[in-house]
Design a protein around this ligand. Sequence first.
Ligand SMILES: Nc1ncnc2c1ncn2[C@@H]1O[C@H](COP(=O)(O)OP(=O)(O)OP(=O)(O)O)[C@@H](O)[C@H]1O
Length: 327
Amino acid sequence: MPDEKTVNENDAGAAAQGATDQDAPAVSETAKRAGRDLSHVAPEVGVAKPDAILTARGVQRRFGGMTAVDVDYLEVERGAITALIGPNGAGKTTFFNLLTGFDKPNQGMWTFQGEPIAHKSAARVARAGMVRTFQLTKALSRLTVLENVLLAATRNPGERMFASMFQPLWAGTEARNKEKALEILERFKLDKMRDEYAGSLSGGQRKLLEMARALMTDPAMIMLDEPMAGVNPALVQSLLGHIQDLRDEGMSVLFVEHDMHAVRHISDWVVVMAEGRIVAEGPPGSVMQNQAVVDAYLGAHHDTDLGDDALLDPEVLARLEAEEEKR
Ligand SMILES: Nc1ncnc2c1ncn2[C@@H]1O[C@H](COP(=O)(O)OP(=O)(O)OP(=O)(O)O)[C@@H](O)[C@H]1O
């Protein structure tokens, strides 16, 4: 059965207005504030947010003569779920790669929690608290689920030669990391699969493992790259619930996604890119009605359904779940 919490759109906003759902985990003050504050923000490109965790200015990335990213100004709200959408080739992944230090801009700057992090390495960005998920590579598929999560732990002094001379210190950190990894695996219901090869996980479980790996570093902001891609429809609801939980615990979430149903249901704010630029931003309900957004998708001959809610209708979900069980 779908969880009440994920069926309601804009949970943080609902919670802020005093909605009571006794089954839902506690919603952090940050998330409540983000939901409440964003409801007063004008849906305009480049609009200032009440409490921005990330601010980008004049970001450009060119490949030869083609400008893949040309973002004048963007603020991303702290403690909110922000979706980055747009037709194929809009520049979403390139922008994501730039922000997280996996690519370098031709120009532009951005700050994260007030700290300038443009031109910094991916490792440095991660240490600052902005962590992105990664698709399971072939090499990682051959490690166990637990090994995958442990590998994501940062600042393990055991990795440093000097500290490795102090075995007890190193051993203590390893034990703590393992305890933490097991807690995270339990949260995502992957604990029973801890010793299985990661390659044997289903599409949805892989997405959860990617999130689990990111959580090992206690990020302030988690960047999810197409979290719904390759996920069985019956698991979509649960995955959406996990993403909302991250937000409700106070984390900021920025995700690139093509699945408009997911975008509509969990996003507090949606940013739309087309041809490298941001063409619209606003709450999910209104932004998808925006003419610039409709034009961007139609112009790209895109067949994306900009969002009826059929997939997340409880009856449709119950049928999908029943079909899944019969298999
Ligand atoms: N390394 C590269 N070299 C040359 N062109 C590139 C490179 N990376 C991306 N591009 C081009 O930049 C543009 C933006 O690509 P990008 O992958 O960022 O778009 P996207 O919005 O993520 O698309 P999709 O939704 O299909 O993943 C595209 O025209 C793409 O071909």
